[in-house]
Design a protein around this ligand. Sequence first.
Ligand SMILES: C[S@@+](CC[C@H](N)C(=O)[O-])C[C@H]1O[C@@H](n2cnc3c(N)ncnc32)[C@H](O)[C@@H]1O
Length: 276
Amino acid sequence: MPTLAALVDRVAATLRAAGIEYARAEARLIVAAATGQDRTRQLAEPDRPAEAEPAMALAQRRAAREPMAYLLGRREFFGLEFAVGPGVLVPRPETETLIEAALEAFPDRTASLRLLDLGTGTGCLLLTLLDHYPNATGIGVDRSATALRWAAQNRRSLGLEQRALLVQGDWLDAIGGPFDLTLGNPPYIGAAEPRDPETRFEPEASLLAGPDGLDAYRAIAASAARVLRPGGLIALEIGASQAAAVTAVLEQAGFVTRRRTDLAGRDRAVIGRRRD
Ligand SMILES: C[S@@+](CC[C@H](N)C(=O)[O-])C[C@H]1O[C@@H](n2cnc3c(N)ncnc32)[C@H](O)[C@@H]1O
């Protein structure tokens, strides 16, 4: 049996050979998941023996570019832990931009907000906001039954069953209103755009949106004003080059818009207020 230190070396070498950038940091996570010995223990007791096979099996999956979050079965989002796995998009750090926008737009944490999350996936947007607004209620819509199963698991583990309704449907088709805030991170990658290899493991329906990547915005904008209360907000994540196009789509649908950048300074969201 190798030592923990030797096992970390072996996993890191496998990941490095596959071109993974932060091979050693990821190796420590994989060894922790496979052996139950976290980074602190790995450093404190490097000579402790550890079974190699489970860690090397995970290393092979990661070397094939399966997302680390699928291997670990979880991903942190805005300080909360979400269960995640095949069939649902891994929550991305840039999507936290929508949470920041919502917290700024509705500073009263005691407000009884009604929220709608379009394309809820793991539920990360809806459930994070419900966690921050204890009197809010909301609906998460997704067309994918698998995604909704992950969302339901997260709703349960966050104790939000009483305030979050999960609905299978095509964007706003089966949705009434009125909502104070409609938000969403719709698919927005164009058919010919380059993609990270990890995205091959994620559902295409969570990523691709027609030839120009704008199909979902057009569909959502067509009905969004109907479900918002007067003065209500829509906040949509966008790809870094889509700000002008999504702004135009929302303005034509009757919204006054502004943009919001992510931590890297890239346009990351368009926020629209319903014109009354
Ligand atoms: C980019 S993922 C976002 C998931 C999650 N909100 C997040 O930010 O991690 C887009 C989600 O939209 C869902 N979706 C795609 N087309 C849809 C449609 N026509 N109606 C409802 N949901 C749809 C996908 O199944 C996927 O879960």
